[in-house]
Design a binder for this molecule. Structure first.
Ligand code: LLP
Length: 415
């Protein structure tokens, strides 16, 4: 469900025509619908009614301050994976007691900062990391609340680069070693074991991997309870998929109904770390067609955005719908083309062999479902400045990040 819809052949974001926004914002730019964002967050929140829970939005999906602020004001906590993301959480006023610190490579400096502001919980990825945290906490005279990230060895049946819950992946502790690790952790100085964490992957479109992995985790919680190691939090991670093309991922209600009985039995507070499902379909990338060219039998639509702005098709072969911002009268005429950017790499594409309406230079197109892992994964490759981001609320538009200037792009450099 999102608020990008056609009205009389013209694509709108909420109540504003996108072509009008492009006139002031310039292209390319990211465009977000505030009310889509709020709707997604609100639906997840209300599905969770009756379960002790905390939604910790996964900042890696989109960490623009304005997006975070909307979610913070709606009550969201944060899943952060770096000192930078923690900084953003504090900047938008998320209480540290709603922050979980994830990641498999936290540095001593990051641990110190997070301990200093007293985050809710550190999700621990390895024994070595736990040793480091224990030492740092002791030096600071603090106690660190921790959850251990277990790897339940469940196949999330998603793209291999975003699968994390299989034995061969780099994340977490093998579930069969977890009890031993928990016993050790409970005896470590300045460490308080409060939870268990798992995250098996992203863009998961079936319920069963979530349920099976949670069953394994809840089994472990029961075992730990018997050993007197009662836990307070079960952190399910993120991973709920969205519709990019014709996927039919579980709804919030289906997801929550499936996990509710398991969580209830555990007696724990549920933490979820959704990213994509909150913000993915709340954003699009608007770009202008620069050229249409034919080489041999192939047609290319060259646009002013490129893989540095949205790298998902290049890395994961990800599908994003591409639609015109204005339907022309002859929209029934279609062509098959690759939609490409201006970067000097053949991997620089948004679509390959895609059937599209006949497009002409100067036209605007929208690359859909770009709200998650779009802006956050962008770069200055080919010395292309970071693009603008705009948020719409009803009939209001606001530039939430202005386009980077060339001067800003080189500001940290010297010769
Ligand atoms: N929690 C943890 C520990 C994670 O590693 C992730 C995502 C999330 C939560 C949020 O997952 P989500 O609800 O967004 O699926 N760049 C890739 C996705 C990488 C996901 C990494 N971890 C993409 O563009 O598809």
């Amino acid at each position: 469900m999102n608020l990008f819809n056609y009205r009389e052949g013209e694509l709108f974001c909420e109540d504003l025509p996108i072509s009008q926004i492009a006139e002031t914002a310039g292209t390319p730019f990211y465009l977000y619908s505030k009310n889509t964002l709020l709707r997604h967050y609100g639906r997840f929140e209300s599905s969770l009614a009756g379960i002790e829970h905390l939604i910790c939005f996964a900042f890696k999906a989109n960490s623009s301050l304005a997006i975070l602020k909307v979610l913070a004001d709606a009550g969201s906590g944060a899943d952060v994976v770096s000192g930078g993301e923690l900084f953003r959480a504090l900047r938008v006023g998320i209480p540290p007691r709603k922050v979980v610190f994830n990641g498999n490579a936290k540095t001593e400096k990051e641990l110190r900062t997070a301990l200093d502001c007293d985050v809710l919980m550190f999700n621990i990825d390895s024994e070595s990391e736990l040793n480091l945290l224990s030492r740092v906490a002791r030096e600071m005279g603090r106690t660190a609340r921790v959850a251990l990230r277990v790897n339940p060895d469940i196949d999330p049946r998603t793209h291999p680069y975003i699968s994390t819950g299989l034995k061969e992946n780099k994340f977490g502790i093998a579930i069969e070693n977890a009890v031993e690790f928990y016993k050790q952790a409970a005896d470590m100085p300045n460490i308080e074991v409060v939870g268990i964490h798992k995250h098996i992957g992203s863009q998961i479109v079936e319920l069963s991997p979530f349920v099976e992995s949670l069953e394994r985790v809840i089994g472990l919680v029961a075992e730990l309870n018997q050993l007197g190691l009662g836990l307070r939090f079960v952190d399910m991670g993120g991973g709920i998929g969205i519709t990019y093309d014709n996927e039919e991922p579980p709804s919030f209600e289906e997801y929550v109904s499936a996990v509710r009985p398991l969580i209830r039995n555990s007696g724990c507070t549920l933490i979820v770390e959704p990213g994509r499902v909150i913000v993915g379909n709340a954003g699009v990338l608007v770009t202008r067609v620069l050229h249409v060219k034919t080489t041999g039998s192939k047609k290319f639509v060259v646009v002013d955005a490129a893989m540095n702005d949205l790298i998902r098709p290049s890395i994961y072969g990800a599908f994003h719908r591409i639609i015109p911002v204005k339907y022309r009268d002859d929209a029934a005429r279609t062509m098959v083309a690759d939609v490409v950017g201006g970067i000097c790499e053949s991997a620089d594409f948004f679509a390959r062999g895609r059937e599209l309406p006949e497009l002409e230079p100067g036209e605007l197109i929208a690359i859909m479902s770009a709200g998650a892992y779009g802006s956050t994964m962008s770069s200055n490759y080919n010395s292309r400045p970071l693009i603008a981001e705009v948020m719409v609320d009803g009939t209001q538009q606001k530039v939430i990040r202005r386009r980077q200037t060339f001067e800003e792009m080189v500001a940290l450099e010297s010769f």
